[in-house]
Ligand binder design. Structure first.
Ligand code: GAL
Length: 699
């Protein structure tokens, strides 16, 4: 029992240092500032005569920094080797004159036309063998040594020029490095892939073994015969092991592309300037957790565009409640803090339906970004563009160049509110005990997503959605969540969940065991432990690798569909499941928490729990589409371990940060918030209408 308390205390301390004014790294974001807000400005899009007026306006709206330069390579190096920084110097000076700090960017997402014209070998090639051409962005091969050489030169010039400028607070590498989910099949990519394989396997025999090439006579005689696995040139399915390695390689390649840029900048810039990039959380072809050469990871965020409608009547205008909390936790996990590099300003232009956001939604997202841990929030973009693909994309300012847009007014309001809130910030504040008792780590390894998404077994399976479903369930219990990888120390957390951790090895399994034995509460979910790290099934009964850990045998599994759901019984309630069901046979001493309630395996165990040493291990065998069961079972696990959780109404988010409780209503209905009598309400009120926010301090 003593050890459990120790683990718990460690968790409280970790929250105390991690969540209140996180300052473990250089003092990039001054303590007590809560969050600083800025905006994108593209001087190269506007007549010079407007610049002065625009910078003044940015400052008068309350913004504290401006973001510039991201796609401007053609202006920085109009001819090979001829650089021109005069225009950027002028823009930087105007920002400084208006007391604005500056984020500058490397321009790697959009090179000037002379480069691919002269050196077409730098271009990316798609899966059909089509060379990706100049005329848009992100058409360059990350693997091209020549491109990297050009980049080194321009980045050196930028860093030499602005790296010691006290007003430049940080740098963004590239823009949304991802090739927007596409893969590169160019010659440099293929060469690097083969080198990567040689380095990993040393001999072709080893590769044949790991890739299981005896299957379908795929066997190779030498590394040079290997092509990038590419479904469009194959009659039947790609070899899953080759694909897994190609995904690993591509993510490594993206990381090395960024890392090289980081290293170039770091040679010249001041240690006070930070370097990040702005990831998107949808594209799993890059993996922020591979980017150790970043000071932190930031993200871009567009909740309303028709792609991911929220629930309820107005959900399509408000967005899903989980997107910002998930993006924050996911990117914060990389280096312990994060920021939003682009936040939707209002209506956009590239969605399936570009709805007007519901009045108040933009402000709600800003509050969500702050509440879920962002140290800064930046809006894309200041002025709505008059030309180019994004003409109907709102900015803070309408096309007339002076009128503040509806979204701009919401930004302005939030900025005033956050500045007001700074006055109430109490640096001595401690994380409330009831909140930190729920602290949970979610174990992430993108290999599990890549592997299970390809050999998915049901079209309803989606690894990232499954992970997010658990995250959303935890947020609806008002639990603070850290997303961690295997390099983290598990013992800092009273609870640890590893969703669908299919690829394992004996070291990981013994770490899980030790974690529970020492007092941690481990939660594993369906598909766990089925395969080794190469994606081979173990030559044992299904998931036998974890039988002794979970205290149950996995007899077999089933899948249903969203149109044919199965039932599962937990206490007095029945829930739906459909995506996955592991049918469990508990050992003696293992308790069943939920059973299947129909199908030919009715009454068999679906969720089991057991004590192990000073802690517990719970195995959740079923996976649902709607996430309702996941929320209920997680609440149950907290309860049986003596931890109280909130049961928030659907789409209400409640976070604690910097001493403030912040409740945000993403639903289409008014919600009454349970605020303690002795609390001091600093902003808003107990009844929250859709998109409203209330902030209070507990005394
Ligand atoms: C982002 C992108 C920006 C801009 C924006 C428009 O995904 O990074 O450059 O295109 O979308 O909403």
């Amino acid at each position: 029992m003593k050890k459990v308390k120790l683990i718990f205390l460690a968790a409280v301390l970790c929250c105390a240092s991690g969540q209140i004014f996180p300052q473990s790294t250089p003092n990039y974001f001054p303590s007590g500032n809560l969050a600083t807000v800025g905006v994108y400005y593209y001087p190269e899009h506007w007549d010079k005569k407007d610049w002065e007026r625009d910078f003044k306006k940015i400052a008068s709206m309350g913004f504290e920094f401006v973001h510039m330069g991201e796609f401007s390579w053609t202006f920085l190096e109009p001819e090979e080797g001829k650089y021109d920084f005069t225009w950027l110097d002028e823009a930087v000076n105007l920002a400084v004159q208006n007391n604005l700090k500056i984020i500058l960017c490397t321009t790697s997402a959009a090179p000037p036309v002379w480069m691919p014209e002269k050196y077409p070998e730098i271009l990316m090639v798609n899966e059909y063998g089509v060379v990706q051409r100049h005329g848009s962005r992100q058409h360059i091969s990350w693997s091209s040594p020549l491109y990297r050489e050009f980049l080194r030169k321009v980045n050196t010039k930028l860093a030499e020029r602005y790296g010691k400028n006290k007003n430049v607070i940080g740098w963004q590498l590239d823009n949304e490095p991802s090739h927007y989910g596409r893969y590169d099949y160019s010659a440099p990519a293929k060469n690097n892939f083969i080198d990567w394989l040689k380095n990993k396997y040393k001999t072709i025999d080893k590769l044949n073994e790991v890739w299981g090439t005896a299957f379908w006579s795929i066997r190779y005689d030498s590394f040079d015969q290997i092509r990038i696995p590419n479904q469009v040139e194959l009659v039947q399915q790609v070899n899953p092991h080759a694909l897994l390695d190609f995904k690993r390689f591509s993510a490594d390649e993206a990381a090395s592309f960024l890392s090289e840029q980081y290293q170039t900048l770091r040679k010249y810039i001041s240690p006070d300037q930070w370097v990040t990039t702005n990831f998107m959380d949808q594209h799993m072809n890059v993996d922020p957790y591979r980017n150790t050469d970043l000071d932190f990871a930031s993200y871009t965020m567009y909740p309303v565009s028709g792609y991911r409608d929220g629930r309820g009547e107005q959900g399509f205008r408000i967005g899903q409640s989980w997107v910002i909390p998930f993006a924050s936790d996911f990117h914060r996990g990389v280096k312990g803090f994060t920021g939003v590099m682009e936040l939707q300003p209002g209506q956009v232009n590239w969605g399936t339906q570009n709805y007007q956001p519901y009045p108040g939604a933009v402000r709600l997202w800003l509050w969500s970004a702050y509440a879920s841990g962002s140290s800064f929030i930046c809006s894309y973009r200041f002025k709505q563009p008059l030309f180019g693909y994004e003409q109907y994309h709102n900015g803070m300012i309408e096309p007339d160049g002076v009128t503040i847009s509806r979204g701009g007014l919401e930004y302005q309001k939030f900025i005033e509110e956050i500045k007001q809130l700074r006055k109430n910030a109490d640096k001595q504040t401690q994380v409330p005990a009831k909140y930190s008792a729920r602290k949970i780590a979610m174990l992430w390894n993108v290999d599990n997503v890549w592997e299970t998404d390809y050999l998915r077994e049901t079209d309803d399976w989606n690894g990232l959605s499954t992970f997010i479903k658990y995250h959303a369930a935890l947020k609806s219990l008002a639990a603070p969540v850290d997303i961690i990888t295997e390099s983290a120390d598990f013992t800092k957390y009273p609870f640890l969940i590893a969703p669908f951790y299919q690829l394992v090895d004996s070291i990981l399994i013994s770490r899980w065991k030790q974690y529970a034995e020492q007092g941690g509460n481990l939660i594993l979910t369906c598909r766990a432990g089925q395969k080794d790290r190469n994606g081979h099934l173990f030559p044992t009964h299904l998931s036998e690798s974890i039988h002794s850990l979970i205290g149950a045998k996995i007899d077999f599994f089933d899948v249903l569909s969203r149109y044919r759901t199965g039932k599962v019984q937990l206490d007095d309630n029945e829930y739906n499941w459909n995506i996955w069901g592991d049918i469990l046979i508990p050992d003696s001493g293992t308790e069943t928490l939920a059973v299947f309630n129909d199908q030919f395996y009715k009454d068999n165990s679906a969720v089991v729990t057991r004590k192990l040493g000073k802690g517990t291990v719970t195995y959740i065998g079923v996976d649902s589409n709607d996430g309702i069961f996941e929320k209920a079972i997680l609440a149950k696990i907290y309860n049986i371990n003596g931890v109280e959780v909130e049961s928030l109404p659907q789409d209400l988010i409640l976070e604690w940060r910097d001493g403030f409780w912040i409740a945000m209503n993403y639903s289409s209905e008014p919600v009454e918030i349970n605020i303690p009598q002795n609390a001091k309400i600093l902003m808003g009120q107990k009844i929250l209408h859709p998109t409203e926010v209330v902030v209070w301090q507990e005394k």
